[in-house]
Design a protein around this ligand. Sequence first.
Ligand SMILES: [Zn+2]
Length: 121
Amino acid sequence: MLGNTIDYDKFGHCIKCHRNLIVEQIIDQKPTKRFLPDYSEKEYILDDGSRMRVAVCKQCKETLTDKDTPYIMKTVIAGWKKELETLHHWTEEKKEKYMDKYGKLKIVKESDGSHNKNLHL
Ligand SMILES: [Zn+2]
């Protein structure tokens, strides 16, 4: 993706344009994370039957199509890999097993997550 520095999924960042959708504010002297008004989420069903939720900005959400799902999955898996790199207490073997299991997951379809629209914030 042109002009973007990351191409992996990161908490609070749009899955497609990778814009940061989260801000940290100091409220009552405590750093508090807050989603920007552009923050939205989308839920997918994976081929192992599990559900996966991704952050996406409102603009990208409107234009997401089935064609985007391979990119989304690739990005999410890249994000998992990045996360694994930070788990220094995990052995290399454990990390490999994890990626063996989760690195092959595919998006089957969009989940109709409309029933839990107001879950967050
Ligand atoms: Zn976006």
